[in-house]
Each structure stands twice: as C-alpha cells, then as structure tokens.
Design a binder for this molecule. Structure first.
Ligand code: HEM
Ligand code: FES
Length: 773
C-alpha cells in the first residue's frame, strides 16, 4: 500500500503554476473550527452541492459529503478499511507520545477499527447482550435514573441539562451495561473527554501532555477494572460477557481487545448518547411546535428521536482507509488515502431526504440517517441509545412541557467526530409543573420501542381544503396542515401515502402542485374501477374539511436538474408526477418536450393548464381522435445528456423500456407505483435459506415471510423504505445462488448479473442463497 497522503496528493511539479485542483474552499476546510462544530451540515453545504468529494490539505484526508457516496463506502469494508477509526486524527508531539508510552498505553483493535475476517467473528460472539430481549432488562434502570435526576432539579426553575442529567445518566447506564462499578465515575468522566480530544481533536502542544496523562491514566484504570472483573466474571455486563466468551474463543476475544474495548467501550456507549440527547433536546426546544407536539402526543417520540439523530446527530463524521485505487463520486482516490465521511452532511442531502434541512418529526425515512454508520460495523449499541433517548425525552416532555431554552451561546469540544453542546441551560416556572396538580403523572410510562420506529408512527394529519373534479374519474385534492403551519417541502417526482379510511389501507399519489407552495399539497386521484377501498374510498368519502392521514413526502423518481434535455412521457393519470417535473424543467430553462397520451381529451387531467404553460412543447395523443404516439420513432436514436421520465400504465412503460434498449442504462427513468407482483401468497411461495457470509449465520426464510423480515428477525440490520421493491433501499449483495427478482428497481443488466437483490420482495429461485452480510 502507498503511504497515506498527508498533504495535497496532486503532483504539483507536474502542474502549471497555480493549477492545483484543490479549490480554495477545500483548502480552507477545517473541522476544528467552531463553524464546523456549530453546524456541520451547513459548514459543508458548498461541498455537498458543488464539490462532494474533495481533498483537505489541512487534514490530509479526502472528505466525502453526499449520502450515496458515504453509504457506498460504509457498505464496502474491505476496500474501505475501518482500521484508522480510532487513530489520532492529528499526530501528537514526541513529548506527548513519550507520556503515553510511560503508561504502557497500547490502545489497539476493538470492533469499530477491526478488519475482516477478525471483526465479524468477534462481533458475532459478542452480539447477544445487544439483542432486543437483552436490552429490555435495562429499561427500568434507565427510567429510574432519569426520574431521580429530574427530581433533583424539577423545583429549581432552571437547569443545565448537560451538567445535571444528560452527562451522568448515560455514563451510569454505560457502566451498568458494561458491568463496571459506579465508584470510578468521576474519574472516568474526565478521562473519557481526554480520550476524545486525543483521538478526534487537535490539542495545542501544551495541552497534549496534559491530555496524554489523562489518557494514560484512563488506560491503566481500564486495565485495573478488567483485572477486577477477571477475578469474578459472573453476573451482568457486556465486558464480563466478553471475559466469559474469551474462555471459549481465545483467538477471537483477545486480551488486547478486552483492554482496548474497556476504554473505548465507555466512550462509545456514553459520550455518543449523552451528546445525542443534548443535541435532540436543543433542537426540539428550538422548534417549539415540534416540542409541543411530542408533549401532547408522546407516541411521536420514537420518530422524533430518529429525526433528531438525522438532523443533529452526535457523531458527525467517521473515518476509513482506502485499500485499493478506487473512484468515489467519480473522483479517483488512490490506495492509502484516508477518508473523512461527514455523515452529518449525508443526513442533510436533498437527494435522499425531502426538504432535508427541515426538522420533521413525522418524516417517514428519518431512520435512513447514517449517524450510526451503516453496514457490517453499524453501531451495535444503537438500540440501547434509542431506548435511553426515548426515556429521557418522555420523562422531560411529561414533567417539564413548559421548559424553554435560556439565552446562551453554545460551545462544543473542537473535534471531528463527537459533537454535543457542553451546556444546555433551560428554564421554566416551577409553579406550573404539571405534577404539582396531578401526582398520578409521575407514574406514567410509555412502553419503549426497541429498534427503529414503525412507519405508522410517522403519519401526519392534514385537512382537505378542496376537492375538484378534473374529469369524470379524476379528483384533485388540495391538502393543508390542520394548524396552518407549513407542510414539508418536496421536489418534483415526490409522492405521499394516503391512508384510505383504515391504517392498513394506504395508496401512493404523486404530488402535482407547486413545490414552492409550502401551505398545500396537491394530488390527483383516478377512480380505479377495481378499487377495493383505495381510490374508490377517496372518491366516495372525502369532502372538504375532512381530515386525512398521510405519510411522506418521499421521492423515488427524482428529476436530474443537471440534464441538458428532458423528454417527459405520461400515460393517463401518470401525468401527475410529470406535471411538477415539466414545470421545473421550464423554470430551469432545460430543453424539454412533454408527450401526454390518454383515451380521450375528456379523460385527460389538466389539459388546459398544461397547454397554457408548455405551448407547443406539449404533444397530446387522444386515442379517440386516432392520434397515437410513436415512441419507437421518437426514441430511435439515443441522445447524449437527454433523460426520459415516464409514468403511466405498465404496458406503456414496458414498451418504453423496449424502445430505450440502445440508450445508456440510466437514461430512462420510470415511476412505478405498484410492485409488479402482489403480496406474498404462502400457498405458492417456497421456503429457502440464506447463508450470511460475513456473519456466518444461516437464516431460514419461510414461505410466509420476506427475506427482509427474516433478516431482521435474526437481528441483522437492512435498511428499507417502501417495502415493495420500488425504492432500492433494501439492496443486499448476493454471492451465490439464483435470484427470483420481484422488484422494479434493477435494470435488465443488473438482474442478469445475479449479484444483488431487494430483500423486501425478491426471493431465491433455488434452495439457498449466500449473501454478503
Ligand atoms: C459503532 C455511533 C451509541 C456501541 C458505532 C459507529 C458509529 C456509532 C458511527 C461506527 C459505525 C461504522 O463504522 O459503520 C453511535 C451513536 C450513538 C451510539 C451516534 C448514540 C446516539 C452506542 C452505545 C453503545 C455503542 C450506547 C453501547 C455499547 C458501539 C459498538 C460499535 C459502535 C460496539 C462497533 C461496532 C462494530 O464495529 O461492529 N457507533 N453509537 N454505541 N457502537 Fe455506537
Ligand atoms: Fe424499497 Fe425494498 S424497501 S425496494
């Protein structure tokens, strides 16, 4: 492997003067600046938008800022080794290193910085204490602690939540989880901050020696605690569990691992969660309407936790080492390079999250955030952290719904990867404490949700502002928020799910209004003659003033604004997403044409509006006038830089796929609303088994279960969104076995390659698949 780059990796000698491609903004990037700490996604907005992968000469790292690029890096832990995750990001002075050596400091591989195959073998052996059943045992302890700490300041009217609760409770929980006695808590608190500064910070030379002493002491204390535990490794706690497992797997759970993990584990379990909760509370109190909503309806808390982790998470960036020459986001990155993945930026990437900068506690893909990392190293403690955060938010919102942020300046410890305010001052009127009037309130407790929030929790109420008949069979619904507040913003191609009279019956409808209108969402609903409760229910029941439940907006049909030319093709009601897209193309000055076909003009929605806006760029093909579109001729010759967006009946879309066979793979973009196959019919499906190569587990998939559900049942995380083969988020890599593809995401060539599948719907065409998981 080449030596890692520590300064500009471009050979300046070979360049003309001043031609270094490191842009001035890349050269100025400095994650130890306060601006990064105050708001990491804002600090790199320019990069996310214009230079998503750049080299930072100040840091000696390549910085990655977009969602898809970061996820791809997390996904491949062979090309992108995690071995540098705990390395000092800025090398310290010889003097500081000598201090560390004097304490025999030897922090080494734990889990988070371990390569394969050692990592997965170890993770598997140590997983059990993180299973949902095991985590449930900690719930009463977390709740008891949260209540005790709130008791201490509830009558004061003012508190620094970090100092008085959020630092110590997660530390105590972490110590319990690890099985460490509480007696050393104060010392551990100082030491763990030193470890953060030592690893992810840039201490000044004079500070380095002090930090090194603290880190050295931390290391020795960790060793002493470990020795104590070894004498009696019985009883609860993850570290004791590790010591017991060492007896059976000495090569997997090594001494070096145990000592390093004793130290790193405290930070992993403590600071991450303490900071995440402080960030979440700060964010919610800065958005009083969101705070009020969770006070009034605590069932929103699991989703609010997830949205806060997305919007303002506590681990803004993480590192990987590149092990072979590779391209990321189209940029060549040589082997030996170091990567800083700014997950906080990915979590604000408009390409993945609609209206990404808005805090939306009803967002239904919040849990796609990358704050816990992704892939085989994804945070093992995420469900413990989620549980703690839910309990803290629940206790505080129930007992102090009237608290507000004090005027204050927020300060942060300058470092790349652990972020949370050092103090969080809040105030309230103790005379208004609800428990003074109603003591019964103290005993309330909501059942904690272990794992990701359910999609149902994310639904939002809207009021039907108007219902307009566009054609005999099509209604236009304008929806607004019940309290007049702005609705989430969206981009052309987005859709919402509308609950049709029953929580289990929902249908997807493209948004066809104006994305700049934040007050209303507009959909057009065609009555499906075979409807069983969906569009038929809307047509028969929905009236102005009614309330509806919706989820989203989300977008699997994004419009590429950088395209030079666009061809829009709509059949029938498929015009709805195209309406917003064509309007956008027009506004951006993109060269476009719009082809719209239907049975008759009478049956086609919005013709007048479209004609007025698009003039002769609009071609109308009404079947009863004998006008048919000749797509074979229109698409006969592939054109560079042209994108085709199509939505309509399956027949039309299949014909277009055929016509575009000679076009580049991604030129044709299709909006599918319905998976091509229906739900699982256990009478027709066959059971199969999957071997998970990385984790060495074999999972059985019975006929009545999807692969995704079976994997989740085995505690393996796979992201998902639509659950119907439409969005591509549940993709898993397949190493062996034939796949029965049932999604509508993969291209023909991708299906034929037989090396990836959508876990939510596709199955095995043989008895056994081997997956890279
Ligand atoms: C790994 C974040 C809480 C234990 C990680 C990683 C991140 C992370 C970013 C690296 C993921 C990767 O490389 O793909 C967080 C955040 C937390 C949190 C934001 C709180 C909000 C916890 C807790 C524990 C924990 C409470 C409990 C012990 C671990 C472990 C790993 C890990 C053991 C290593 C997993 C592996 O490499 O296989 N965490 N963490 N974390 N976390 Fe957490
Ligand atoms: Fe959307 Fe599987 S979750 S394709």
């Amino acid at each position: 492997m080449k030596t890692p780059a520590t300064s500009c990796p471009i050979d300046h000698a070979a360049l003309k003067a001043g031609a270094c491609p490191v842009s001035p903004r890349a050269a100025a990037f400095d994650p130890f600046e306060d601006a990064y700490q105050q708001d990491p996604p804002e600090y790199v907005r320019w990069a996310r938008e214009e230079e998503p992968v750049f080299f930072s000469p100040k840091l000696g790292y390549w910085v990655i800022t977009r969602y898809d690029d970061i996820k791809a890096v997390f996904r491949d832990n062979i090309t992108f080794s995690p071995s540098i995750a705990l390395e000092k990001i800025i090398p310290t002075s010889d003097e500081a290193n000598a201090v560390l050596a004097s304490y025999s400091y030897a922090m080494n591989r734990t889990l988070v910085n371990e390569d394969e195959p050692a990592h997965m073998a170890r993770r598997r052996v140590l997983m059990e204490p993180f299973t949902p059943e095991a985590l449930r045992h900690h719930e009463p302890m977390v709740r008891r602690l949260a209540r005790e700490y709130v008791d201490r300041f509830i009558d004061d009217g003012r508190a620094d939540l970090v100092d008085q609760m959020l630092w110590e409770v997660p530390l105590t929980v972490a110590l319990h989880f690890l099985g460490i006695p509480e007696e050393d808590m104060d010392l551990l608190r100082q030491y763990s901050i030193a470890h953060t500064v030592n690893t992810w910070g840039r201490p000044k030379p004079e500070e380095q020696v002090r930090v090194a002493h603290a880190v050295g002491n931390f290391w020795q204390l960790a060793g002493k605690i470990l020795d104590k535990m070894r004498k009696d490794p019985s009883g609860p706690g993850w570290m004791k569990y590790g010591i017991r497992k060492q007896a059976d797997y000495p090569e997997v759970v090594t001494d070096s691992y145990l000592h390093s993990m004793m130290m790193a584990g405290i930070v992993a379990a403590h600071e991450t969660t303490a900071n995440a909760t402080a960030n979440a509370l700060k964010l919610l109190l800065q958005h009083p309407s969101a705070w009020r909503e969770i006070c009034e309806d605590p069932s929103l808390i699991p989703n609010a936790v997830e949205e806060c982790l997305r919007h303002n998470g506590s681990v803004p960036a993480w590192r990987r080492l590149v092990t072979r020459d590779v391209k990321i986001g189209g940029i060549d990155i040589p082997a030996g390079s170091k990567l800083l993945m700014v997950m906080a930026s990915a979590n604000h990437d408009q390409r993945h999250f609609e209206d990404a900068d808005a805090l939306d506690i009803r967002r239904d893909n919040s849990s796609d955030h990358l704050t816990f990392g992704y892939g085989s190293h994804q945070c093992m403690g995420k469900n413990l952290a989620r549980m703690e955060m839910q309990i803290f938010l629940e206790e505080l919102s129930r007992r102090l719904p009237h608290m507000r942020l004090c005027e204050q300046t927020f300060t942060y410890l300058p470092n790349t990867s652990f972020r949370g305010p050092e103090h969080l001052w809040v105030e309230w009127d103790p005379l208004q404490n609800p428990e003074r009037r109603n003591r019964a309130l103290l005993a309330h407790a909501l059942p904690v949700r272990i794992g990701e929030p359910s999609a149902h929790a994310a639904s939002r109420s809207v009021v039907v502002e108007s219902v307009t008949r566009l054609t005999d069979d099509i209604l236009r619904l304008r929806l607004k928020s019940p309290d007049g507040r702005a609705l989430p913003r969206w981009m052309p191609g987005a859709h919402i799910d509308v609950e049709c009279g029953h929580p289990d019956v929902s249908r997807q409808y493209s948004l066809c209004g104006d994305p700049d209108d934040a007050q209303t969402l507009e959909i057009a609903v065609l009555r499906d003659p075979h409807s069983r409760g969906g569009s038929g229910w809307i047509h028969d029941n929905v009236r102005p003033g009614d309330r509806l439940k919706i989820r989203g907006p989300r977008n699997h049909f994004r419009f590429d604004e950088s395209a030079r030319r666009a061809i829009f093709i709509a059949g029938g009601i498929g015009i709805t997403p195209i309406i917003a897209m064509a309007r956008r193309a027009r506004a951006l000055g993109i060269d476009y044409e719009l082809h719209y076909s239907g049975r008759s003009r009478r049956s086609m929605a919005c013709l007048d509006e479209l004609s007025a806006l698009h003039g002769d760029r609009l071609r109308i093909y009404a079947g009863d006038e004998g006008r048919r579109a000749d797509y074979a001729a229109l698409l006969a010759s592939p054109a560079d830089g042209t994108r085709i967006y199509a939505c309509g009946p399956t027949r039309l879309l299949e014909a277009l796929e055929h016509c575009c066979a000679a076009w580049p793979e991604d030129a044709l973009r299709i909006e599918h609303f319905h998976a091509t196959r229906g739900s699982l019919d256990p009478a027709k499906e066959r059971a199969f088994e999957v071997e998970l190569k990385d984790s060495g587990i074999v999972v059985q998939v019975p006929p009545d279960q999807t692969l995704l559900a079976a994997l989740r049942g085995a505690n393996i995380d796979v992201q998902s969104d639509c659950g119907e083969g439409l969005c591509g988020s549940c993709e898993v890599r397949v190493l062996a076995g034939r796949i029965d593809h049932r999604d509508v995401v993969l291209t023909r060539a991708e299906r034929d390659a037989n090396n990836k599948m959508m876990a939510c719907c596709s199955r095995a065409a043989c008895g056994r698949l081997v997956l890279e998981l």
